[in-house]
Each structure stands twice: as C-alpha cells, then as structure tokens.
Design a protein around this ligand. Structure first.
Ligand code: DOR
Ligand code: ZN
Length: 347
C-alpha cells in the first residue's frame, strides 16, 4: 500500500469565501490551494468588474503571509449584465469566469437569471472572448422534485443553451447525478464538470436517515447511493473533463441549525485528507493528482502549479477541529463519518 504520495499543489475550481468576519475566518483554510475560483454570491452579489476587483483585494487581505492561493474571480450573471463589462473585466485579468445561478436555485441566488433569452448577448460575447460559464445546474420550477432538478435542468436549460451558443465553454458545477456525469461525457473539451468532496462521501441518507442532519444539507442536495457511485467512478476515471471544485460553503451554525437552515458544507480544511481517503478506497490514488491538480488547470488554459504537496498516511488519524470560530459565530467542518489517516504537508 502507498503510504505517501506527492502531488502538484491542488486547485479548487469552486469555492465560497464570503466576506467580512467569515472571509477572515475561512480564507486561511484554503491558503494551501494554488488557484481557486471564488464564487460571487455575496449579499449583494459581485456583478461588475469593479466589484470583483475590490472583492479580490479583500480576499488577498484575508490570506495569511506566505499563502499560495491565487484567487480567480467571477461575476454573477444577472438579467442586466453588460456584455462589455464582462469582456473588459476578463481582458483586464480581473475575472476568470462568469457564474450562472438560475434565480432562486440556491443561497443568495435571488438576483440570478430569470430569462435565458435576456442573457444571450452576454453568452455570445463570452463565447467570442473564450470566457467560461460556470453553471449551477438546477431548475427552480417548484413542480420539479428536488432530487430531479439537476437532470431536468440538463434537458430543459443546459443542452438548449449549449446548442444555441455552441462555442461557449461551460463548467457543470458540482454534478451530483449519473445524468450529470453522462452529459459531461457527451461534450467535447468545451465542457467540464466539477465534483465536490462531500458528494463523493455522502448520499441522501446522511441528511435524512435516523434524524435530520443540517450539516449535510447542501445544494444540489446529495442523491441516492447509485449517484454517489457514479461520481466516484467519474472523479477517479482519469478523464480530463472531471476536476475538483469543493463548493466549500461555510455558514454560521446559527444559520444552519434552524427550522429553515442554509445549504452548504464547509470542506476547505479537510478536503485533501478526505479525497486521499476516497481515492485510496477506489484504488485510484495515482489519479488524485489529475483530478485535484491537473485537469481543472488544463480546462481553464492555465499551467499546473509548480509547487508540490505531500499526503502521508499515518497510523494516527488527523485531528481536525469540529468547528472553527468566525467572529462571534462557529462554523462546523464537514464530518466524513470516519477517521482520516492522510496527513497533508508541503513537500
Ligand atoms: O450548498 C450550497 N451552498 N450550494 C450552493 O450552490 C451555494 C452554496 C452557498 O453559497 O452556501
Ligand atoms: Zn457553490
């Protein structure tokens, strides 16, 4: 059995860092990643290039001295997004991608897209400029069962959108279903898909069986076991289209532990230990570097990170805290349900 592996420094192609006291608390936990796509769903959202530049400065200020993290900013697509502002922000090196949230699909998505025809000029301009669209792929139709919303989105929205704007580069964010995996495979190198750490670990039983567990509630919601297996197979397949986007999404415990609690799992601190565990279980440790450190960079047209990290399997499990402090609040770490033996070190 391997007891140590060395990887190029990983990247996180989907990360929520928030703002203010929460940003200060959580940013250091992603400081060991190379690049990270920073989600724009603040309140209010990051919708202009100027706002993205200002947010980037706040992110950099929250990172500890010596941090490796190079934040890759995104704009939040709205019905009113100006194509010229998007292209200018990309040309100026302020943004890496644009995020599409269907209005109402998830946390802080009220300003998202309500009418896909209205954003066509933006999508055309992005296709021309080679700016990727990161898609939260769930319909918001209340008549669609929450466990079907990803598959229905692919048929009703994503596939028609890609046919209408065929040169647009698209990332299916946090795929959670075998349908999502299959659709990602139907595309060329213009289509990528991120997979989260937590969706490789939990199925929907974790949320609902034996009591309701808000810390496992996220969106898209975890599906049945066969879908988790499809995600594990995809992540460990070695296919370049699949790469890590943790969707680490911290919320104060006071906001999660409510009659109507927030969606999101906070996986930034223990992601690499969990992934090593999962890839080891799948007999695919040799493919972890592709998933976490190479494939996403290639999709975004960036070189892999030069620095290396080492994961060492020790007899004693890593001791992660159960919670971290964020201002006056606490944030609970994602708990995978078993000890983690892979310790992360800079190589
Ligand atoms: O679980 C989630 N939390 N899914 C999302 O899409 C958004 C995120 C958040 O911002 O909390
Ligand atoms: Zn997210």
């Amino acid at each position: 059995m391997n007891d140590s592996i060395t990887l190029r420094r990983p990247d996180d192609w989907h990360l929520h860092l928030r703002d203010g006291a929460m940003l200060a608390a959580v940013a250091p936990h992603s400081a060991g990643f190379g690049r990270a796509i920073i989600m724009p769903n603040l309140v209010p959202p990051v919708v202009t290039g100027a706002q993205a530049a200002a947010y980037r400065d706040r992110v950099l200020a929250a990172l500890p001295e010596g941090s490796a993290l190079d934040p890759q900013m995104t704009l939040y697509l709205t019905d009113g997004t100006d194509p010229a502002d998007v292209v200018a922000a990309h040309r100026a090196g302020i943004i890496r991608a644009v995020k599409l949230y269907p209005a109402g699909a998830t946390t802080n998505s009220a300003s998202g897209v309500t009418d896909f025809d209205r954003v066509r000029p933006v999508l055309e301009a992005m296709a021309d400029a080679g700016i990727p669209l990161c898609v939260h792929g769930e319909v918001t139709d209340p008549d669609v069962d929450i466990f079907d919303r990803e598959a229905v989105f692919i048929d009703r929205v994503l596939d028609p959108l890609r046919r209408r704007t065929p040169r647009l580069r698209v990332v299916m964010e946090h795929v959670t279903t075998s349908e999502g995996v299959a659709y990602a495979r139907s595309g060329g190198d213009d289509l990528g898909a991120t997979i989260t750490t937590h969706h490789l670990v939990i199925n929907r039983n974790a949320i609902l069986a034996g009591g309701i567990r808000p810390h496992y509630y996220c969106l898209p919601v975890a599906k049945r076991e066969s879908h988790r297996q499809a995600l594990r197979e995809a992540a460990t397949s070695g296919e370049a289209r699949f790469f890590l986007g943790t969707d680490s999404a911290p919320h104060a415990d006071s906001a999660k532990l409510q009659p109507c609690g927030c969606a999101g799992c906070f996986t930034a601190p223990n992601t690499m230990s969990i992934l090593a565990h999962v890839f080891e279980e799948q007999g695919a440790l040799d493919r972890l570097e592709g998933f976490a450190s190479l494939n996403g960079a290639a999709f975004y047209g960036l070189p892999p990170n030069e620095a290396r990290i080492r994961l060492i399997r020790r007899d004693q499990p890593v001791q992660y805290p159960r919670t971290i402090a964020a201002g006056d609040e606490t944030v609970t770490l994602f708990e995978p349900g078993h000890p983690l033996y892979w310790h992360l070190e800079d190589a």
